[in-house]
Design a protein around this ligand. Structure first.
Ligand code: KIV
Length: 266
């Protein structure tokens, strides 16, 4: 049987050069499937707001919504490390709010770590949350909660911007994060940051040289028809399979082909 993945194990994986696999999940069945597939970390991402709830951005996602998703994933009892994403404005208004909200994810949600977006600007928050023994995964580069500052989902850290992303990653590490997501930055920059940091880097749209990789589960399963950025790989096209199954069900009920004796009680 697979052993429970812990924070020390994630740190050891970087030291051993073993690549870390991270996938999002937002509910019980997908958490069971992701865990059964052997991922090291399940991230209950605030991407739930887009792929699950149908918003255009992650900004409207609330603490209560995230707690609902985290609790559902917890019930799957994953061997993977369970990381809860902190939604917009759950940590930005000060360390007291941040500690309280991160604490809720652990205490009420059953998460084992939290993820906080932001670099130098959020280092004081990451330090405070880490200091009360809540492990923090950082997230720098293209941070979706900063969509309005960035003016859209654009690659960050090109040319003279690179130094700022390096400083962000270093600040997150110095503040006590156990890992950091590098999103939407040039592959060479991600390689340099991965070499400079002692904590693992988890890439998404950051090339092949990070310590690990994260993707959104709806994207790898072909369930999100709304967008398809370059960094996504679809491992199966589930959307047409699901629509096909639903169409067959609808046809059979309309034609009287389902239910039959076989599906009936005496
Ligand atoms: O919300 C999310 O799912 C994320 C990952 C894609 C890194 O932040």
């Amino acid at each position: 049987m697979r052993k429970k993945v812990t924070i020390p194990e994630i740190l050891q994986m970087k030291r051993d050069g073993r690549r870390i696999t991270v996938l999002t999940a937002y509910d019980f069945p997908f958490a069971r499937l992701a865990d059964g597939g052997g991922v090291d970390v399940i991230l209950v991402g605030d991407s739930a707001g887009v792929v699950f709830a149908g918003h255009d951005t992650t900004l409207p996602v609330t603490m209560d919504e995230m707690l609902y998703h985290v609790k559902a994933v917890r019930r799957a009892d994953p061997k993977a490390l369970l990381v809860a994403d902190m939604p917009f404005m759950s940590c930005q208004s000060g360390v007291e709010d941040a500690c309280r909200n991160c604490g809720r994810m652990i205490k009420e949600g059953g998460a084992e770590a939290v993820k906080i977006e932001g670099g130098m600007n959020m280092a004081h928050v990451i330090r405070a949350v880490s200091s009360i023994d809540i492990p923090v995964m950082g997230h720098v580069g293209l941070t979706p909660q900063s969509i309005h500052r960035m003016g859209g989902y654009k690659v960050q850290g090109r040319k003279e911007q690179a130094e700022r992303i390096i400083d962000d990653a270093l600040a997150v590490e110095a503040a006590g994060a156990f890992a950091v997501v590098l999103e939407g930055i040039p592959a060479k920059l991600a390689e340099q940051i991965t070499a400079e940091l002692s904590i693992p880097t988890i890439g998404i749209g950051a090339g092949p040289h990070c310590s690990g990789q994260v993707l959104v589960i709806h994207d790898i399963l072909g369930l999100c028809e709304k967008y398809s950025p370059k960094f996504i790989k679809r491992y199966v096209e589930l959307a047409p399979l699901i629509s096909g199954a639903v169409k067959t069900y609808v046809d059979e009920v309309r034609e009287g082909a389902f239910p039959t004796e076989e599906h009936s009680f005496n």
